[in-house]
Design a protein around this ligand. Structure first.
Ligand SMILES: *Cc1c(COP(=O)(O)O)cnc(C)c1O
Length: 220
């Protein structure tokens, strides 16, 4: 099932789109099946779930952190992840920078945009992104490589479009500023329900869970 899902998805995606398999709650076997079918990037929301499978997966894949960042987890996160997609404050960026410095690593990061301006959601509001990026950009062991957004969840994927479009505008505006040490290369938007709309709005990284692995079971 997972294999066919990955084949089908990959066969329909334009070549320049990076597909992140959002692996929260999935077992080692499920993740390995997805990798065998061609998945090259694993997205994890929780450090502990990544730690549980990281050393057991022998194939070469990239690891993207796509969950909420807690300061006390960052030391370990920077050790195992290849990209952090959810930076939304200077304080968190400073901690990433400090921990990367200690292990002599430069971390590619995306800035998470709260495109729905939702109270309970993480991310920086679109109008504050520029100042945050200017503040983070001089940090020596971080490289800002783009933006990420979730957007509000809708039944009709078309309803996501304005949020993706606004995030794309921020992306393009920041690219035009040519801020040193900032490269606006990746725009990570779209999940199972909304990835087609996201690609129409110029996403080049999509994060897909359900369409690859099936519905998530509620574990509580
Ligand atoms: C779970 C998750 C996804 C994937 O969601 P699906 O609807 O299952 O495709 C994408 N991005 C983030 C940040 C997630 O937490």
């Amino acid at each position: 099932m997972i294999k066919e899902n990955v084949y089908n998805l990959l066969s329909t995606l334009p070549e320049d789109i990076k597909l992140v398999a959002a692996a929260k709650t999935r077992t080692l076997e499920e993740i390995e099946e997805a990798i065998d079918a061609g998945i090259k990037i694993i997205g994890e929301n929780y450090l502990q779930e990544a730690v549980n499978v990281f050393n057991l997966i022998k194939k070469k894949v990239k690891w993207h952190f796509i969950g909420h960042l807690q300061k006390n987890k960052i030391k370990k996160i920077v050790e195992i992840f290849d990209m952090i997609e959810t930076v939304d404050s200077f304080e968190i960026a400073q901690e990433i920078n400090k921990r990367c410095h200690q292990i002599d690593k430069t971390m590619p990061v995306l800035i998470e945009i709260n495109s729905g301006r939702e109270e309970q959601k993480f991310g920086v509001c679109p109008e504050k992104a520029k100042n945050l990026i200017k503040e983070i950009s001089p940090l020596s062991h971080i490289k800002i490589m783009g933006l990420m957004t979730m957007g509000p969840i809708f039944g009709d994927p078309e309803d996501s479009r304005p949020y993706f479009r606004e995030t794309r505008k921020v992306f393009e505006n920041i690219a035009r500023l040519n801020i040193p040490n900032v490269e606006m290369k990746y725009l990570s938007m779209g999940m199972t329900n909304s990835y087609r709309i996201a690609i129409e709005e110029k996403a080049n990284v999509i994060r897909i869970g359900t369409l690859i692995f099936g519905e998530r079971e509620c574990r509580k």
